[in-house]
Design a protein around this ligand. Sequence first.
Ligand code: UDP
Length: 248
Amino acid sequence: MSRMRFMNTEIDNLTMAEALQSIDQMIQHDCGAYVVTPNVDHIVQLEKNVELQKAYAQAALILTDGKPLIWISKFYKRPIKEKISGSDLFPELCDLAAKKGYSMFFLGAAEGVAAIAAKNLQKRYKDLQVCGTYSPPFGFEKDPKEVNKIKTMIRNAKPDILIVALGAPKQEIFMYTHCRELGVPVSLGLGASLDFAAGNIKRAPRWMADHGLEWLFRITQDPKRMAKRYLVDDRKILGLMFKYRKQR
Ligand code: UDP
């Protein structure tokens, strides 16, 4: 079994190849599964956010996003095999979908961004079928009419894979609340992946991501929002690292 306890969540200790294989199987089994990709920010939010905890508890696959969590797992002497960032998984998934004929629906990001992401990805993965894109207005989750509109859109498009890029905890709570009724075999909460694919936000250079410096790069891109997240909120990860050290 790949599942193990890690800090305040379970995680699936898989390589990228194993994760893709597992997602492929979920598509074949078609039972409304969803995937979450915990990073430092999610772990900090999980400490207090009960809705996010519920969403995590029902996730079919929990993949570790970001070097700092890999370092913590080594510090605990129970190493996680590989960092699987949502934004690395996303292109791999597009490649798999193009090869196997799975259709995708992109939900999230600012107006128009999901459609640009689709266009760019279809240039890169020639046979990729994107059966729908929608970037909902800010605060949509509080408007039942808008939520119903989104659900109808997704049901009619009948994707095999739904990408939910609404940031944490919105995307995880959306999947937890609605996935079962959407009739989509597998959904994934992938944060800023549509922004990256659209070229809207630049990704950190590979060497920075590999050395756990993605946060530093993202602060330079969007100082106001990211400085609070990474320098204020996420500092709590240090205390949590010691809090969960003794756990078996
Ligand atoms: N977003 C959205 N609707 C919302 C809130 C956020 O579509 O109500 C989008 C936002 O435009 C961005 C993504 O959600 O594309 C979240 O990005 P974030 O930087 O939080 O993702 P992460 O750092 O987790 O990858």
